[in-house]
Design a protein around this ligand. Structure first.
Ligand code: KG4
Ligand code: ZN
Length: 335
């Protein structure tokens, strides 16, 4: 079985081909043009997807020495994401499947992030508790089986990745902020400044990151540019620690409460080095197994979309040729 995956939900144009459960090719074109604006400009993202998608698909087929006729199905992200960006990938996939008479498989991007773990860990067993933390989402998901989810906590405001990106903008570091803060924090002191850890009154396992963002904004304003520059590494390490602390604490709390012994990380923030080591040591402390995807499968990619597509293909859950993109598609409602 060969599945071609297409991902265009945000600012990465990505195409991948999986043969059974093995990745033959995984191409990602990161749209660097957004860096100068300090965030993703939706209109430019759509245009860039349009400019590159066909070339990238041809390159994926060429590199894996496969023709479109040797593909069994095309899996494509239908949501959540930016409407215009999603439409580029979905329309392209529709054209491709129509012309080649192959099934179209619409995939939930968030489900793709979870399934990314099976690319590196084919023997991963259900059930597990997944912390999904990306630029658009922060959720603690109990994954009972494929397509069978229960949400135990979510962000009530900003996503964890957004908290990294917004702080990086305040600190004039650039975009995307997560990897930049991660690198800066490497030789910083995480105990330098006590950034707040939000406690949500109405749901112990929910997250809130907007107070943290306000806190760094006030700190930088109060102390001034010179001080901030002098203590950049320490500020980044302390800020990162506050995010990691909340993510780890809430996830471990749910796992212990629900008696779940297998933890899984997913999404762009799962690439964070401090998050990975903190989870490793907490999992060891409580005798839990911990899994996370390799770096290339944490951030947006099409191999994860093709991997989710394989599960849908096996179950013959194909999409109609007139499906629409759903910018706010949720993990549960689509079951
Ligand atoms: O999963 P992803 O590529 O796209 C979404 O679906 O949102 O996640 C992107 C997010 C960005 O906010 C980026 O800053 C964050 O993941 N990110 C990181 C790291 N690498 C990417 N955050 C913290 N540390 C990293 N090393
Ligand atoms: Zn994503």
């Amino acid at each position: 079985m060969r599945i071609l995956g297409i991902e265009t939900s945000c600012d990465e144009t990505a195409v991948a081909i999986l043969e059974d459960r093995n990745v033959l090719v995984n191409l990602v074109h990161s749209q660097l043009l957004h860096q100068q604006y300090g965030g993703v400009v939706p209109e430019f993202a759509s245009r860039e997807h349009m400019r590159i998608i066909e070339t990238l698909t041809k390159a994926a087929l060429n590199q894996s020495h496969i023709t479109i006729n040797e593909i069994d199905g095309v899996a494509v992200t239908r949501g959540p994401g930016l409407m215009g960006a999603l439409l580029v990938g979905l329309s392209f996939a529709k054209g491709l499947t129509y012309a080649s008479n192959k099934p179209l498989i619409g995939v939930n991007h968030v489900e793709g992030h979870i399934m990314a773990n099976f690319l590196d860990h084919p023997d991963l067993k259900y059930p597990f508790l997944c912390l999904l933390a990306s630029g658009g989402h922060s959720q603690i998901v109990y994954v009972k089986d494929f397509h069978n989810y229960q949400i135990f906590g979510r962000s009530i405001d900003d996503a964890a990745g957004e908290a990294f990106d917004k702080a990086a903008r305040i600190l004039n570091l650039g975009y995307p902020g997560g990897p930049l803060i991660d690198r800066m924090a490497e030789n910083g002191n995480p105990g330098f400044y006590p950034f707040p850890r939000a406690k949500i009154k109405n749901g112990v396992n929910d997250f809130s990151f907007s107070g943290l963002k306000t806190s760094i904004l006030y700190l930088v304003k109060k102390e001034g540019a010179d001080w901030t520059q002098r203590h950049l590494h320490d500020i980044c390490a302390s800020y990162q620690e506050a995010i990691v602390d909340v993510l780890v604490t809430n996830t471990i709390t749910v796992a212990r409460h629900e008696n779940i012994n297998r933890l899984v990380l997913a999404g762009g923030v799962a690439a964070n080095s401090r998050l990975r080591t903190a989870f490793q040591s907490e999992a060891a402390r409580y005798g839990m197994e911990i899994y996370f995807p390799s770096m290339e499968y944490c951030t947006d990619n099409a191999a994860m979309i093709a991997r989710a597509g394989i599960e849908l293909f096996i179950r013959k859950q194909f999409s109609e040729s007139n499906i629409s993109a759903i910018p706010n598609l949720s993990l549960i409602s689509d079951n």
